[in-house]
Write a protein that binds this ligand. Structure first.
Ligand code: FES
Length: 102
């Protein structure tokens, strides 16, 4: 389970953190990831001057606009979660195998 935390302190709130949470929520629904990614708000992360502050698990992220935050969220959270890569030996049936031999 991944946790995405968005700062909703007053400085980030003014810059649009509420919108970010709403959009993140919608995107999680679109991608069907609501069960796997937890979205939460946090008090001031003490980085007010830097922009819109949020976190992917423990990793701090700063975005200069709502759009940029959504782009980062898509690249770092939605896409990797929707298409897990590089795990070998899974028992799932994957596409793209060679033609069946007899
Ligand atoms: S209000 Fe978000 S870092 Fe301070």
């Amino acid at each position: 389970m991944m946790t995405v935390t968005v700062c909703v302190g007053s400085s980030c709130h003014i810059k649009g953190s509420r919108k970010i949470i709403l959009r993140f929520n919608e995107l999680l629904k679109e991608y069907g990831l609501e069960e796997r990614i937890e979205l939460q708000g946090s008090f001031c992360m003490e980085r007010c001057g830097e922009g819109l502050n949020w976190q992917i698990d423990e990793q701090p992220v700063t975005s200069s606009s709502v759009e940029e935050a959504i782009q980062t969220f898509t690249e770092k959270v939605l896409q990797p979660s929707a298409e897990p890569q590089g795990s070998a030996g899974s028992t799932k049936t994957g596409g793209g195998s060679a033609e069946a031999s007899e």
